[in-house]
Write a protein of this length. Sequence first.
Length: 93
Amino acid sequence: MTKADLIENVYLKTGYSKKESAEIVETVFDLIKDTLEDGEKIKIAGFGNFVVKEKSTRRGRNPQTGEEIEITARKILTFKPSQVLKSAINSDS
């Protein structure tokens, strides 16, 4: 599903205009992005949690040359689905 598909579904299910639906979807994405950029966790009941985690600097190895390299510290985004979402995905219906 693409952003355009999301906008289309919001348009069809809410009765808002396509422009208003696009603004709603963009606003939600902006809020999620800004919250994660600030290092906050996002918990959506019945869906899951988005968390930004810090990975520290570590030693690695170049697989082609075998040379040791330093992998720089960085932030990663993780998603843990809720039990409700897991059940919905794994149901037979």
